[in-house]
Ligand binder design. Structure first.
Ligand SMILES: N[C@@H](CCC(=O)N[C@@H](CS)C(=O)NCC(=O)O)C(=O)O
Length: 214
């Protein structure tokens, strides 16, 4: 069976979730940078994923899309280490944090969407990027994320929830200049994760397509 191929980009938060899962599960893969410059490349890319989004993982003869679906596939086929808690309640909780970040926070930080909305409603993009509007997105609807995160996001085991946290903190702080100090628990867990080699290897600056430091 050929090596899995991950279609990724160094800045892509959705791809970084999958990079962490592959690293934790010690799956060797080829990194394929998606850099659409020509019509032909765009057509080829659209054939691989009609949604024209990354990540895409080619593995075991399959073409997988949607970061959380990819992570769950990897967890089923390569169960060690598990990324979902054994307890059904904790499992629902880990998924809730992951879904919240992937469905409610990341889409609103997606530059392509911001630019599109900006074309229709002038000034919308700037308004969305305003940090006052980003801060509530670091919280869960109804319940503050701060209340529900423990040692890791859920209990004392790395779960699918943790795979989603670093990139959203990176987006908030590095891309949108959000001050996250009012969220000490998120800061603490993010620091814990940043010291784990598999999380470090998946950081944007360490990807092969990241700009080289001079
Ligand atoms: N829900 C999808 C979102 C994928 C997504 O938005 N990917 C971004 C990069 S993080 C992308 O491909 N953006 C290009 C675009 O929107 O044109 C997932 O979790 O995989």
């Amino acid at each position: 069976m050929s090596k899995p191929i991950l279609y990724s980009a160094w800045t892509s938060s959705c791809s970084s979730r999958v990079r962490i899962a592959l690293a934790l599960k010690k799956i060797d893969y080829e990194y394929h940078t998606v850099d659409i410059k020509t019509e032909e490349e765009m057509r080829e890319f659209a054939m691989t994923n009609p949604a024209k989004k990354i990540p895409i993982l080619k593995i075991n003869g399959l073409v997988l899309t949607e970061s959380l679906a990819i992570i769950e596939y990897l967890d089923e086929v390569y169960p060690d280490p598990p990324l979902l808690p054994k307890d059904a309640g904790e499992r629902a909780h880990a998924r809730a944090i992951a879904f919240h970040i992937a469905s409610n926070i990341q889409p609103l930080q997606n530059k392509a969407i911001i630019h599109k909305l900006n074309e229709k409603v002038p000034g919308y993009g700037a308004e969305v990027m305003d940090q006052r509007r980003h801060l509530p997105w670091l919280r869960s609807p109804g319940r503050a994320s701060e209340d529900v995160l423990w040692e890791y996001c859920v209990g004392d085991q790395i779960t699918i929830a943790d795979l989603n946290l670093p990139s959203i903190v990176y987006n908030a702080t590095d891309k949108y200049n959000v001050d996250i100090t009012p969220y000490p628990l998120i800061c603490k867990i993010n620091k814990t994760l940043s010291e784990i080699p598999e999380f470090q290897a998946s950081e944007p600056a360490r990807q092969p397509d990241a700009p080289k430091k001079i």
